[in-house]
Design a protein around this ligand. Structure first.
Ligand code: MG
Ligand code: MG
Length: 253
């Protein structure tokens, strides 16, 4: 069942979203060559806790980190580790959640370490653009399939592929709520969108094929063909005045 949010719940979601978005800004400022993913995770956790919030991912189904940090051909759910060190040219996906005033924010960005390839830059840009195309389609009367179709169109026109095995989701008091929000689909299909819905819209985009697999660590998801992957996610609420992207702190990022 889809949990619609009233205005006081939306105000709490905006606060949780802001902290989530700020934690990603801190991550962007912190990432550098030679740093471990564990070190970055600790910085993110410290920021969230300093704000009086809780990292949504810590302990979620046993996840040991506060952020998922995935490098290059890792798509999502990378486990922070002292052994994973950022190298010049890496494409890093940081996915963060903060729980505050009873609600979650969930957001991800793709961050370059130093100078990355032109392909990595274009992948990052197309992934971000596809998110905003999805948000354009998030309006009353439209359906879930309109969001996925808009995302998929931008990604495929860019010559890349969307991951189909992992998808976006409703969000609120729980990190993952109904409905499912695929990054692909048929316009006009699926649940109808209405005011009060809160969604984590999160395209995961591969340079090569859409096929992915999970490592034996039970978390890390990688591209099957070892090509680069990018991720861009925000928590978005549909209000009577339109969409509010709660986790978007830097409008240009
Ligand atoms: Mg996320
Ligand atoms: Mg999510």
């Amino acid at each position: 069942m889809i949990q619609l949010k009233n205005s006081s719940q939306i105000s709490a979601m905006i606060d949780a979203g802001r902290i989530t978005g700020e934690a990603l800004l801190v991550a962007r400022e912190s990432v550098r060559e030679g740093m471990s993913t564990k070190e970055l995770d600790s910085i993110i956790r410290a920021y969230i806790e300093k704000c009086g919030a809780k990292p949504s991912f810590l302990g979620y189904n046993g996840f040991p980190g506060s952020a998922c940090i995935s490098i290059n051909d890792e798509v999502i759910h990378g486990i922070p580790s002292e052994k994973r060190i950022f190298r010049e040219g890496d494409l890093v996906k940081v996915d963060v959640g903060a729980f505050y005033r009873g609600f979650h924010g969930d957001s991800a960005r793709t961050i370059p370490v130093g100078k990355v390839s032109d392909e990595a830059k274009r992948l990052t840009e197309v992934t971000r653009n596809s998110f905003f195309a999805g948000v354009e389609a998030f309006k009353s009367g439209n359906r879930i399939g309109d969001i996925g179709n808009a995302i998929q169109t931008v990604v495929e026109n860019g010559g890349f592929s969307v991951v189909k095995r992992y998808i976006g989701h409703g969000i609120g008091k729980d990190l993952h709520e109904s409905p499912e929000v695929p990054n692909f689909g048929t316009a006009g299909r699926g649940a109808r969108l209405c005011v009060g819905m809160a969604l984590a819209i999160e395209p995961m985009v591969n340079v090569g094929a859409c096929d992915v697999y999970e490592l034996s660590d039970g978390w890390t998801v990688k591209t099957r063909d070892k090509t680069l992957s990018a991720h861009y996610e925000n928590t978005v609420v549909l209000t009577s005045e339109g969409t509010v992207i709660t986790t978007l702190v830097d409008k240009d990022w």
